[in-house]
Ligand binder design. Structure first.
Ligand code: 13P
Ligand code: SF4
Length: 351
């Protein structure tokens, strides 16, 4: 990627961002996911995991511009939840999510129609927040809800109060881990592979059907990584994100969303050792913020698209606002936004 502002030093880029932030004042809110680079996170008015940022977008009362440093499914959510008239800008519009791209509304409709024949009127679609707007809209239109890694059990309980079966999109690991944590046995968790769809009749004894999608950043962690960590530091605790594979989650001491992982490290005793199975930028930041305890990655795993946004992209985004020609404005068509909001609002009501 071409370097923006090649003639400016990093120090000058940072100064310019600070100056533009001051100039835009309460017209601007910069939001950043915890997986963003440090030189982006340092300028954020709000940092958060997916759930916290969704709340933040809903609550952002005064800002006319939200510069969202994250990936497209998050910026789309902010654009659908913020107050009318607010512009959401994503500094690098090419920053998407490979897991979100593993489900599209057309393929989801094929699975949905097949499952309707197995359990007529008794299946509900649930989508992870990490899905594109068209998938959220499909879920909203069909009575379902969004969930995040921080509230998946609560949303599963809500879903089972509505109907007997769940179709979960697009992460097979978060959904399987949630089902197991709720005591649903493996034989009641089926898989829908959109590239090789099963005979729907084979799913009839399942309560949950999980879409065959995954996050490559989290599925890289293995049982061997945990064994290696425990052999190096027998007293260490191991905490992993629920996008990790079930066999990894079962060997860990704790599993939790990004905000839970942060809390675990904050509450760890000085001198303790914590191994973390999640995106490396967050692990590295936590290690620096807590020099009196050892915070180590289970393995170094980074999200390529989260890393695309640099302070220079943030600066370009702010410059475009000040110039009156905002770049990277995130737009979701009105019908899609309306239907997706049904699914998002159901989540926000349940939690
Ligand atoms: P959370 O922010 O919900 O923990 O999700 C992690 C993730 O993969 C974001 O892309
Ligand atoms: Fe997508 Fe995984 Fe990156 Fe999150 S960490 S944006 S789920 S690829």
């Amino acid at each position: 990627m071409k370097k923006l502002y090649p003639d400016l030093s990093d120090a000058r880029v940072y100064e310019r961002i600070k100056a533009l932030k001051a100039q835009l004042g309460s017209d601007l809110s910069i939001m950043a996911h915890y997986y963003q680079r440090d030189d982006v996170v340092r300028f954020a008015d709000f940092q958060g995991d997916s759930l916290e940022l969704a709340h933040c977008a809903t609550d952002a009362e005064s800002a006319c511009h939200i510069v969202f440093c994250g990936v497209m499914f998050m910026s789309e959510t902010a654009a659908m939840l913020c107050k009318p008239g607010t512009l959401v800008l994503q500094p690098v519009t090419a920053a998407g999510c490979t897991m979100a791209d593993m489900a599209d509304a057309e393929n989801v409709a094929v699975a949905w129609n097949a499952l309707q024949r197995v359990w007529p009127g008794d299946v509900i679609p649930i989508t992870y927040q990490n899905a594109n707007a068209s998938v959220k809209a499909f879920v909203g239109r069909n009575g379902g809800a969004v969930c995040t890694s921080a509230n998946s059990e609560r949303i599963f309980r809500w879903a089972f109060a509505q109907r007997g079966h769940i179709l979960f999109l697009p992460d097979e690991n978060l959904s399987t881990n949630t089902a197991y944590a709720m005591g649903i046995p493996p034989e009641q968790v089926g898989t829908w592979d959109p590239f090789n769809p099963p005979d729907p009749a084979t799913l009839k004894d399942n309560r949950v059907v999980v879409w065959k999608g995954h996050c490559y950043v989290h599925t890289v962690f293995s049982s061997q990584d945990i064994a290696r960590a425990r052999s190096a530091h027998p007293d260490a605790q191991v905490v992993v994100h629920p996008e990790c594979r079930p066999e990894v989650v079962q060997l860990a001491d704790k599993v939790g969303s990004t905000s839970t992982i942060i809390r675990v490290v904050q509450q760890a005793a000085p001198g303790s050792v914590t191994f973390i199975g999640t995106e490396w930028h967050l692990v590295y930041r936590l290690a620096r913020q807590h020099p009196d305890r050892l915070v180590l990655p289970l393995r170094r795993s980074t999200c390529g698209t989260m890393s695309m946004t640099t302070a220079r992209h943030l600066l370009a985004s702010l410059e475009s606002i000040v110039a009156g020609e905002p770049q990277g404005v995130v737009q979701v068509d009105e019908q899609t936004a309306h239907d997706a909001r049904l699914a998002l609002d159901r989540m926000l009501e349940v939690i």
